[in-house]
Design a protein around this ligand. Structure first.
Ligand SMILES: *Cc1c(COP(=O)(O)O)cnc(C)c1O
Length: 419
């Protein structure tokens, strides 16, 4: 047994897999201390949007760090936070009108859930039931796990998790079952407080994709029954599905939208939960007992907000949407080529994200193939992190033609492992 002083996330230290020590990054590339280069085909866990160390973002961080590093955000405010809030409300549609800051996707979800329950409590209506979608992932905090899929990831913590109503995943051809299940949950005797969904793509659940019409229909059912609709855009936001948000493709505006990952371009942690006036107003009172009881020490940290403000400026000033559209096309061409090969199943794409199963058509997270694939990709200097035998590509938007070719060549080489 080799003890590691650093305890890594989602890592089985007992397998003694090599853990590269990364010292620098630029664009779509990472380098370790020996000068070995890794092509970042998963945007460093889905956060890096424009590319690593975008000069405008790193400059904004440096400048802000020399001016105002941190200030309590209860009862105080600062320019970077005000700028980010105003920029977000410009970019995302009305009636989203209030931005609540936190530090990670998980906390953005916790905040959304607490806002929803606070809404009902402050209105004097006892609603606390949450509906979720099968296979969903909303973070690793206890609340996030509660609204996410149950399985090997959280079996030990099961006693801590609260009950939720689970809707079947709207696989192609079975969408009506999802909608019927939601309708039934909405019209039962114990009404739902909220539905939380990952719009269009269920990320950690295996890059499962569903159609915009179903997303729109779920939103309509919630609206009809006064059930709050929470869109967890932590992964899908910031262009991942081809549009700024995935909700945009369904012409859906949620009551609550959770954003994180790409909000700073992937440079530093920050999250925002956007909410409509109805949510804000339900907490607005001269009664202190009705305020929104949530905070973390670093809420709206000025350095993180400066990075987010720079990201917003990049979205305004640079041809980000064109880059994304171009990447969607280039990803699609390569996926189509791979999809035809024997051993490839379920080839699918949502915007800049492609995914497929290798070997077993049903994705299996603990599949033995996963670690073998990871080792092969690592040896080729390509950072891909398969979810079991599900391989997906989610590159930064600056990824070049040659880099994409290298990523797909690595996946094709992975097919040889099938023997
Ligand atoms: C990654 C993710 C989260 C959790 O975000 P963290 O920053 O890792 O806490 C929540 N929801 C979705 C959809 C995610 O992909």
């Amino acid at each position: 047994m080799t003890p590691s002083p650093v305890w890594h996330p989602f890592t089985q230290h007992g397998l003694e897999e090599p853990i590269p020590r990364i010292v620098s990054a630029s664009g779509a590339e990472l380098w370790d201390g020996d000068g070995k280069r890794y092509l970042d085909a998963i945007s460093s866990w889905w956060v890096t949007t424009h590319g690593h160390c975008h000069p405008r973002i790193t400059a904004a961080i440096a400048e802000q760090a020399g001016k105002l590093d941190q200030v309590i955000f209860a009862g105080f405010t600062h320019d970077p936070a005000e700028e980010v809030a105003a920029g977000l409300l410009d970019l995302f549609p009305a009636p989203l009108a209030h931005a609540f800051f936190s530090d990670s996707g998980s906390t953005a979800v916790e905040v959304g859930l607490k806002m929803a329950l606070g809404f009902w409590a402050n209105r004097g209506e006892a609603r606390s039931r949450i509906a979720v979608m099968e296979h969903s992932y909303h973070g690793d905090t206890v609340g996030g796990m509660s609204v996410g899929a149950r399985g090997v990831f959280n079996r030990a913590y099961q006693p801590l998790l609260f009950d939720v109503a689970t809707l079947p995943f709207p696989a192609a051809g079975a969408q009506q079952e999802t909608l019927d299940a939601l309708e039934a949950q909405c019209s039962g005797p114990d009404p739902l407080a909220a539905l939380i969904v990952e719009p269009l793509v269920l990320g950690a659940g295996g890059m499962l994709m569903y159609d915009a019409a179903t997303l729109a229909a779920m939103r309509a059912i919630c609206a009809r029954h006064d059930v709050l609709f929470i869109a967890d855009e932590v992964m899908t936001g910031w262009g991942r599905t081809g549009t700024l948000s995935a909700c945009e493709q369904a012409d859906v505006v949620p009551d609550i939208m959770c954003l994180s990952k790409g909000i700073t371009g992937g440079a530093v942690p920050l999250a925002v939960t956007l909410a409509t006036p109805a949510l804000f107003d339900a907490h607005w009172s001269s009664d202190k007992a009705k305020m929104f009881f949530h905070s973390s020490s670093y809420t709206a940290n000025p350095i993180a907000c400066a990075a987010a403000a720079a990201n917003l400026a990049i979205w305004r000033d640079e041809p980000v949407r064109e880059r994304i559209a171009d990447l969607c096309t280039r990803q699609g061409e390569r996926l189509a080529r791979l999809a035809a090969l024997p051993g490839v199943h379920g080839a699918r794409q949502a915007g800049t994200i492609t995914a497929l199963e290798i070997g077993n058509a049903a994705g299996a997270y603990l599949s033995d193939l996963g670690p073998q694939l990871s080792a092969l990709f690592r040896s080729r200097g390509v950072l891909l992190r398969p979810l079991g035998n599900t391989v997906y590509v989610m590159p930064p938007y600056c990824t070049t033609e040659a880099q994409l070719d290298e990523i797909y060549a690595a996946i094709e080489a992975g097919l040889d492992l099938l023997g």
